[in-house]
Design a protein around this ligand. Structure first.
Ligand SMILES: [Zn+2]
Length: 77
């Protein structure tokens, strides 16, 4: 099964109830992303504050590592 967050393959039937995500990190990402979406929808920022928030979102997306765990993908040079 592929993790819906990171896309890596994992076994959902390791112990206990079947897992939806491969790791606590992916489960937390889903949880916090949903929470953040709700907050963003309820915020009423000024134009300036909105720019700052959008900058924050952009910075967050750049925290993702460039590499990938997928064995079939070629390494970018
Ligand atoms: Zn994952």
């Amino acid at each position: 099964m592929n993790c819906p967050i990171c896309g890596n393959t994992f076994n959902p039937y390791t112990a206990g109830k079947p897992k939806t995500y491969c790791s606590d990190e992916c489960r937390n990402y889903f949880k916090y992303k949903n929470a953040l979406e709700k907050i963003l929808l309820s915020l009423k920022p000024t134009r300036e504050a909105k720019k700052v928030i959008k900058g924050d979102m952009f910075r967050l997306s750049n925290l993702l590592p460039n590499g990938t765990n997928c064995l079939s993908s070629k390494k970018e040079v």
